[in-house]
Design a protein around this ligand. Structure first.
Ligand SMILES: Nc1ncnc2c1ncn2[C@@H]1O[C@H](COP(=O)(O)OP(=O)(O)OP(=O)(O)O)[C@@H](O)[C@H]1O
Ligand SMILES: [Mg+2]
Length: 341
């Protein structure tokens, strides 16, 4: 019997991840996965045709080696290039909201509507609040960027069936259904911050400080090569005893900047959006594996920090689960993309 499968493809600035899930009743099971590191693309993603073709080849190889069966993939657009905001409408019907978004999005997004791809999702219908309101999440991305990503996928011989934002995907794979939590993806070029309420994305922000900035700081601070700095970061991280805490001394103020942005995001959400205080901070992404990240982030934010496991909502056989465990932080976006209905 053929079960419907969906594939998520996360083209990060440092690594590319692919995940294939099969639908099993109400849930999912993992059928294929793979990661490849590559020389990376910069955050503006202003890559030319030739770079797109070679990126396509890397993805083609990953897709094949991971053993993904279908050529249809869901891809994400990097959060720094996406504009997200929540808007309140009076109690309109879904059709009326679609029309309002179409005609009024100009006033909500900073890019010309003609040059943007715009999507919206109804987050909540608060019929009992006064006045009654509908909360709508509006997501806009520059059309040129979206087209570029679709083209890269075509160069890989694959077909992009849907495009969405990294934090929407992350919310699907990591957010618990009944609480308000912070989700923080510490990647290579950016740290993406979301607040998810009852399993739905309610707030998002992206900060251009992540693993690359850590490595650069260590390299400059200790006068070592980028390769050496990368090693120090991964081996010593935020531990205070090793190398007389020199690496920690360099990384602490960089992480403090990220923590400040997280705290700012929470206070904005509380005051401007009348949200409730997140009761946990779930971290993921390659940089979440920096030694002592969890304890340091807990100290800096005062919020309970937990390591996200993108496979917690997915059926994975025991052997595969053991093999994948060290890479789990890298898969959160790809899993969420594949979980898209
Ligand atoms: N074990 C580890 N300890 C510390 N840092 C790590 C570890 N493994 C990976 N990293 C760092 O994680 C970063 C890459 O993470 P990830 O693959 O999540 O980024 P990305 O998705 O490619 O980037 P972005 O999301 O910013 O586009 C790199 O900066 C790398 O140095
Ligand atoms: Mg990433």
């Amino acid at each position: 019997m053929c079960t419907p499968a969906m594939t998520g493809l996360d083209i990060g600035s440092k690594t590319i991840k692919i995940v294939e899930l099969e639908k099993e009743g109400e849930g999912f099971s993992l059928s294929a996965s793979g990661i490849v590191g590559y020389s990376g693309i910069t955050v503006d993603r202003m890559i030319d045709e030739k770079e797109m073709a070679s990126l396509g080849q890397i993805i083609k190889k990953l897709h094949k080696e991971a053993g993904v069966s279908s050529g249809d993939v869901v891809i994400s657009i990097p959060e720094p290039l996406v504009f997200t905001r929540t808007i309140k409408f009076p109690l309109l019907t879904d059709a009326e909201i679609a029309s309002a978004v179409k005609w009024e999005s100009e006033q909500y997004i900073p890019i010309p509507v003609a040059e943007a791809v715009i999507q919206h999702t109804v987050l909540a219908r608060n019929e009992k609040s006064s006045p009654p309101e509908v909360l709508v999440l509006l997501v806009a991305a520059p059309r040129a960027i979206v087209e570029k990503y679709i083209k890269v996928v075509q160069f890989a011989g694959l077909n992009a069936v849907a495009v969405e934002t990294e934090l929407l995907a992350l919310t699907r794979s990591l957010a618990p259904p009944e609480r308000t939590v912070l989700l923080v993806d510490l990647g290579g070029s950016s740290t993406n911050i979301a607040i998810a309420k009852q399993g739905l994305l309610a707030f998002s922000r992206s900060v251009a400080i992540a693993g690359d900035a850590f490595t650069r700081a260590v390299s400059q601070g200790l006068g070592v090569t980028a390769e050496q700095a990368e090693e120090y970061k991964k081996t010593y991280g935020l531990t205070s005893v090793q190398l007389e805490g020199k690496v920690k001394g360099i990384l602490d103020p960089v992480l403090a900047l990220v923590a400040d942005e997280i705290k700012k995001a929470v206070s904005y959400y509380l005051t401007e959006e009348k949200g409730e205080t997140p009761d946990a901070l779930i971290i993921t992404g390659g940089t979440s594996a920096v030694p002592e990240m969890i304890s340091t982030m807990t100290k800096l934010t005062g919020i309970e920090v937990l390591a996200g496991n993108p496979f917690s909502k997915i059926k994975v056989d025991t052997g595969t689960a053991q093999k994948l465990a060290p890479y789990a932080p890298l898969y959160s976006v790809a899993v969420g993309l594949a979980m898209r209905d």
